[in-house]
Design a protein around this ligand. Structure first.
Ligand SMILES: [Zn+2]
Length: 388
């Protein structure tokens, strides 16, 4: 027999699942909450009524997407009541440090960016990141004691068990545990994840993947990686390194990759590689920014090279689409907004994925640009605080 106490404990667990989801992903409809928690619509409605009663959750003036296939007005969204305290997001990129201080509903209160030298040792960069967080708190008028947690983005796969960086472009970071290092400096819990996972989380919470349950997010930048969202949750895998599509082999005897293999996707489609391929044909010094401008202006060489890169990426994604049947592929990273890259990805998915799978997936550019990782880091911190 189920006792009243056991039932109440179950409801409490389920209420915490709802607040955890809202904290991590922002305002959601009851239908999305049902999908995200795996609970029934009826259970969700009853628990949300409880939470509105206790003042933990409010119904927002915003409305979500219309019901699938249904008519009438879209549903109201529910959101966490503005909770106390703040969180920070720290994004360590290949060439930048970006820090955001946000309230626990995810509203950014202060944000700053600084450049980062790839040769700078990780320890020095983390000293700087800690100073930027303190400055951000001061700028936002938040007391140091009110900082609850920090989410952190690192541009390399993190081993989930050791929390150390395994490999990466930046030699001064290898074998470092950036989360522990930052924790020592700020004395609050620090949660670290890689850039592709946090980009996916950000697009899911605030961007192009909002309200979508099954998404492949691909970051095409200095490196190449994917964040996999299944059933509205980030799929990190057994040891936290799911989505490493940069090292899928696309050429048996291709260029040697930094991972030691040959012909990895990253050796064909990362930003430095594409710039190197294009540079000999142009007089001016090319950059990602100028290449994107040339792409938008219809430059034939740039369009060709970017769409070929998109095809290579799309070839690898087609296999993932066949396995996972996602609703959207979101292209992020510095090259994510390139129309030619998207065209190439679309063409390869149509060619190599099973037709029904290809027809089910949209290919879209990310909406958050260079801020995706720091916003994802904020979302991660909020979710972990809510879950604790
Ligand atoms: Zn590789």
């Amino acid at each position: 027999m189920v006792t009243t106490g056991a039932l109440e404990r179950l409801r409490e667990t389920n209420r915490r699942a709802i607040t955890g989801l809202l904290a991590g992903e922002g305002p959601m409809s009851r239908a999305d909450l049902a999908r995200g928690t795996g609970l029934s619509r009826t259970t969700i409605s009853s628990l949300v009524t409880d939470l509105i009663g206790t003042g933990d959750v409010v119904e927002t003036a915003d409305r979500g997407r219309p019901h699938k296939g249904g008519s009438g007005r879209p549903p109201h969204l529910v959101a966490l009541s503005t909770p106390l305290g703040a969180v920070a997001g720290v994004d360590i990129g290949h060439g930048h440090l970006r820090v955001a201080v946000a309230d626990r509903s995810g509203r950014v209160l202060a944000e700053d960016t600084d450049s980062l030298d790839v040769d700078e040792h990780g320890v020095d960069a983390l000293d700087r990141a800690a100073r930027m967080v303190r400055a951000g708190l001061a700028a936002a008028g938040v007391e140091r004691a009110d900082l609850r947690a920090v989410g952190m983005c690192v541009p390399a796969p993190l081993d989930r068990r050791s929390a150390r960086i395994r490999t990466g472009i930046m030699p001064g970071w290898r074998h470092l545990s950036p989360g522990d290092e930052l924790h020592r400096r700020l004395d609050v819990p620090v949660f670290a994840d890689n850039d592709a996972n946090l980009g996916a989380l950000a697009e899911l919470s605030h961007g192009a993947a909002r309200g979508i349950a099954d998404v492949l997010y691909v970051k095409v930048a200095s490196g190449l990686g994917a964040g996999i969202v299944l059933g509205g949750r980030l799929h990190r895998g057994a040891t936290g390194i799911a989505g490493e599509i940069g090292h899928v082999q696309v050429g048996e005897d291709g260029q040697v990759c930094r991972c030691g293999n040959r012909g990895c996707l990253e050796t064909e489609a990362s930003a430095p590689r594409l710039l190197a391929v294009l540079q000999p044909a142009y007089d001016e010094q090319l950059s990602v920014r100028s290449v994107l401008a040339l792409d938008a202006a219809g430059d034939a060489g740039v369009r060709r090279v970017l769409s070929d890169a998109g095809r290579s990426v799309g070839r690898a994604l087609a296999d993932l689409c066949n396995s996972l049947n996602p609703e959207a592929i979101v292209l992020g990273g510095s090259l994510g907004t390139s129309p030619s890259l998207a065209t190439g990805v679309r063409a390869a998915v149509d060619r190599y994925a099973q037709p029904d799978t290809a027809a089910a997936v949209r290919v879209v550019a990310g909406e958050l640009g260079a801020r995706a990782e720091v916003l994802g880091a904020v979302s991660l911190a909020i979710a972990r605080v809510a879950a604790s």
